[in-house]
Design a protein around this ligand. Structure first.
Ligand code: SIN
Length: 282
């Protein structure tokens, strides 16, 4: 097994690994903890192999909005047909941030990739937090923020290309609002990192909308610095797994006229702990 870091911020690609081999699981899990995003190149796996590997990491979290594979309801389909315009996951986001217990991470298997483009870009929330000044860290240290699924998967978006083509459904189940610390201590690595994202975070608790927007927009601009990013260029067979508590990601929709087809399995996480004690009101 040969590991090559993708950038100084996060991410690694791994050659010569086989996710079917249980003897390699320890090394793969360690790489995942160390790099937050890992791509296992050239995997030959079935949906059962995909699920078996995911279950070694934890229970499966079945996404209620994505269309699932008929034969394997725990596997979500991530698909853009050649004649479709919108892609799933185009905005910067953290999967399942709107749940009370956000998912640990996702494992995406590339079945059919376009001849160019269709990359996935990731940002390190630990690196972004670490680059803030100590004074700013003090300001955001004890804050909490609200996250929601309503404005993304709810009825308001039912007419989007992605919804109308059946790739996203169950709008009536988009009822979740969840409160999470703005700065978390990562449950595996212990590293401090930001836990707010442009797609699902709605506002900082206790702040007016303009106050909340000012802080969130500043953080979003900061997090998008190239120094905190890595980019996965997919090939058929690749499997990329990412840690939702340590990263944002975004699917690049730049391959119009071509099909991109992937299987995603998401693994349950745990309640998130604040890196600092909560700020007392008043
Ligand atoms: C996702 O957001 O889970 C999909 C990412 C991708 O299609 O690259």
């Amino acid at each position: 097994m040969r590991l090559i870091p993708l950038t100084g911020g996060l991410g690694a690609e791994i050659f010569g690994a086989d996710l079917k081999d249980s003897d390699q699981f320890g090394a793969i899990q360690q790489a995942f903890t160390d790099y937050s995003v890992i791509t296992l190149r050239e995997q030959t796996i079935t949906p059962e192999d995909h699920l078996r590997f995911a279950r070694r990491l934890g229970d499966i979290n079945v996404n209620r909005f994505f269309t699932a594979l008929d034969t394997h309801p725990e596997i979500a389909i991530v698909l853009k047909e050649a004649d479709q315009t919108g892609a799933v996951g185009e905005e910067w986001h953290t999967d399942h941030a709107y749940d009370q217990i956000p998912a640990m991470g996702s494992i995406l298997h590339a079945i059919e990739t376009p001849p160019f483009g269709g990359d996935t870009v990731f940002c390190s929330m630990g690196a972004a937090y670490g680059a803030l000044t100590d004074r700013f860290k003090e300001i955001i240290g004890g804050l909490y923020a609200w996250h929601s699924s309503r404005h993304v998967f709810g009825v308001t978006d039912a007419n989007s290309d992605t919804a109308s083509t059946g790739r996203i459904g169950n709008a009536e189940q988009a009822t979740q609002d969840a409160l999470h610390p703005v700065v978390i201590r990562h449950p595996m690595s212990g590293r401090k990192g930001l836990f707010v994202n442009p797609q699902f975070t709605t506002r900082i608790d206790g702040f007016s909308k303009p106050e909340s927007d000012a802080i969130l927009n500043m953080l979003y601009a900061h997090c998008q610095k190239p120094e905190f990013q890595c980019r996965v260029r997919w090939q058929n067979g690749d499997v990329t797994m990412w840690d939702n508590r340590a990263t944002w990601h975004k699917a690049i929709n730049d391959y119009h006229g071509h099909r991109r087809y992937m299987h995603r399995v998401t693994v349950e996480g745990c309640a998130l702990e604040p890196a600092e004690p909560p700020l007392k009101a008043g």
